[in-house]
Write a protein that binds this ligand. Structure first.
Ligand code: HEC
Length: 198
């Protein structure tokens, strides 16, 4: 184990040096392939390494949400892995319309106001020895009442790490999110990372 750690550290040092030559090319290596096994410290380090890459990728296209979400309210103390969304590390930001209600993390009787937007960053660990990768920015936007009856008036979308729109079917996202109908389709971050609003 000690050897693997040292090897990973050496590799990081190596790529970090070469990264000086080509901007954001620093590789984010983690001595772990199972996302559920990372320590809190490892997750924080991983996020610090991936942060600029995510923003740079999502904003390559013309998504206004990608350009804005970092100024919204962060709902979590750090990214966490919930299992859904491809075992990626997830961190959700809420816009001003959504923030007050979303950060209550209520389970019942929730009705999000129209204009609410949740944007969720994602990071995927690399396979053995491979660096972590930026995953899509997942987005849920609450429309006016009656605008999208099949999806509880939510519009699902996403931005790929190259800035292009994610190609998805509304039903693909909604068929899972409908499991949280009592909280207006919201699943929320895992409990241990939810920000406290008290
Ligand atoms: C297999 C189930 C599943 C599918 C399919 C799914 N999600 Fe999620 N989604 C979740 C879970 C679980 C969470 C909460 C976990 C977390 O964010 O840490 C979540 C959270 C979210 C959030 C943050 C708001 C919230 O619910 O708290 C957004 C935005 C989101 N998903 C968008 C999408 C989009 C867009 C798609 C389709 C491309 C999608 N989801 C497909 C399970 C799913």
């Amino acid at each position: 184990m000690r050897f693997i750690l040292a090897a990973a550290a050496a590799a990081t040092a190596l790529t970090a040096t070469s990264a000086l030559a080509d901007g954001h090319a620093e590789k984010c290596l983690v001595d772990q392939t199972d996302p559920f096994e990372l320590s809190e410290e490892q997750v924080i380090d991983l996020y610090a390494c991936m942060e600029a890459k995510m923003v740079a990728g999502y904003t390559k296209g013309d998504s206004t949400i990608a350009a804005e979400y970092r100024s919204w309210t962060n709902s979590a103390t750090r990214p966490a892995v919930a299992g859904a969304h491809g075992e990626r590390f997830l961190q959700t930001f809420a816009n001003d319309v959504a923030a007050e209600q979303y950060l209550k993390f209520e389970d019942e009787g929730v009705v999000m106001p129209a204009g609410s937007i949740l944007a969720k960053e994602s990071i995927k660990l690399g396979k053995e020895g491979k660096p972590a990768r930026v995953g899509p920015l997942f987005i849920m936007e609450k429309l006016a009442a009656g605008e999208a009856p099949d999806t509880g008036d939510w519009f699902y979308s996403g931005v790929q790490p190259n800035g292009k729109p994610l190609k998805i079917k509304q039903s693909f996202c909604h068929d899972c999110h409908v499991g949280w109908e009592d909280s207006d389709m919201l699943a929320y971050p895992v409990e241990e990372v939810r920000v406290s609003t008290n």
